[in-house]
Design a protein around this ligand. Structure first.
Ligand code: GFB
Length: 340
């Protein structure tokens, strides 16, 4: 239990107090012939979902890049849905970024994500999409939520200020999906992934998440022969990391079997300090210098380890250990210069 004065008892009236197993769909809700629109297919999550769908013989995939479809344009999205008529939608498109980008550009993180979500979710309902999967994030939970964080901790306390705008937008998306479920029985489900990494991540040092940033920094420091590697914050913050291919496998399981409007966490169940992460990445990359800490940069949320009881009850476990995943991502970075 938390001694955080702002933390109020979670609302247990919601079916979330029911084990996830009761929310499983007995009949398969996905067919190989389904037309599946992956919104955001060029991003790290969207591209992992496309890889996984194709590997599982779902080949009737719909994808549109930004030049073909601006998801923040309401009429363009409505016209696309009217013409394409997808059966299934995975909403992996969003304006995302690490702690600095979120802190520096709250308007863009709030406005762009609200526009994208409203346009896609409303058009999905209007055109009778059979199922929609909405990607949330672990940063939607209160800054000082109990650890590991259960799904019913949502909205029980103040958010982490550095990413409050993004979190509010994403919470609105979850609430919109739940409103369609209650008012129209729409099968619009929301998942809450932990911090993600993997191929196609964003390695720009100003806007990236920590794992990608440290991979690039360690590589460049080694290449230049630097004696030090600058890491932000105190290094004491703790983060849980899941490879994006593991996330994609979990999303397909939930797309096929899960129909509850209740959010469901997706994580690996373990966390490490930023210091341990920086040491691990330095070892994988082969950087032997010293870590130096820039304490003018924020630590952000002290910890955000997800309670993964519900997703584990559905039989899902991650398959990619962190060290192996970092090594594989580093190889991808080297092969693709890592800078999109
Ligand atoms: O992934 P990250 O940027 O965001 O991790 P969050 C931030 C943590 O890593 C802080 C430390 O404790 C930083 O001080 N860190 C150390 C660094 N060096 C670096 C660095 O070079 N770059 C970055 N970016 N961090 C995000 C949310 O929170 O979590 C997003 O802002 C999203 O909206 C994501 O929800 C899942 O984990 O703090």
């Amino acid at each position: 239990m938390t001694d955080n004065p702002y933390y109020c008892q979670p609302d247990t009236r919601w079916p979330s107090c029911l084990p996830a197993i009761f929310c499983l769909e007995t009949t398969m809700t996905l067919k190989k012939s389904d037309k599946i629109f992956v919104a955001g297919d060029r991003g790290m999550v969207g591209s992992a979902l496309v890889r996984r769908l194709e590997a599982q013989d779902f080949t009737n995939l719909l994808t549109r890049d930004r030049s073909q479809l601006d998801l923040s344009d309401e009429s363009a999205v409505a016209n696309f849905f009217d013409e394409a008529r997808p059966d299934i939608v995975i909403l992996a498109a969003a304006k995302v970024g690490g702690i600095k980008a979120n802190n520096d550009f709250p308007v863009e993180f709030l406005l762009n994500n609200l526009r994208i979500q409203n346009n896609v979710i409303c058009s999905a309902h209007k055109t009778g999409v059979r199922k929609l999967l909405f990607l949330g994030s672990s940063c939607l939970y209160p800054k000082l939520a109990p650890q590991p964080i259960p799904e019913n901790a949502l909205l029980t306390g103040p958010l982490e200020p550095t990413n409050e705008a993004y979190a509010i937008a994403k919470i609105a998306g979850i609430k919109l999906c739940q409103a369609y479920a209650r008012e129209y029985d729409a099968k619009f489900v929301s998942v809450m992934p932990t911090n993600l990494y993997g191929p196609n991540d964003n390695f720009d040092l100003e806007s990236s998440h920590v794992l990608a940033a440290l991979l690039r920094k360690a590589h460049e420091a080694k290449t230049r022969g630097d004696k030090t590697l600058e890491v932000w914050g105190t290094g004491e913050a703790r983060r849980e990391f899941l490879h994006v291919d593991d996330l994609a496998a979990a999303c397909l399981l939930l797309l096929e079997k899960y129909n509850s409007p209740e959010i469901i966490n997706i994580g690996c169940g373990e966390d490490i300090t930023i210091r341990e992460l920086a040491e691990l990445i330095s070892d994988v990359v082969g950087f032997n210098g010293e870590l130096v800490w820039d304490k003018t940069k924020p630590d952000g949320t002290p910890r955000k380890l997800l309670d993964v009881t519900r997703i584990r009850a559905l039989g899902w476990r991650p398959a990619i250990p962190l060290r192996q995943g970092i090594a594989q991502t580093y190889q991808w970075f080297l092969a693709n210069d890592g800078i999109r």
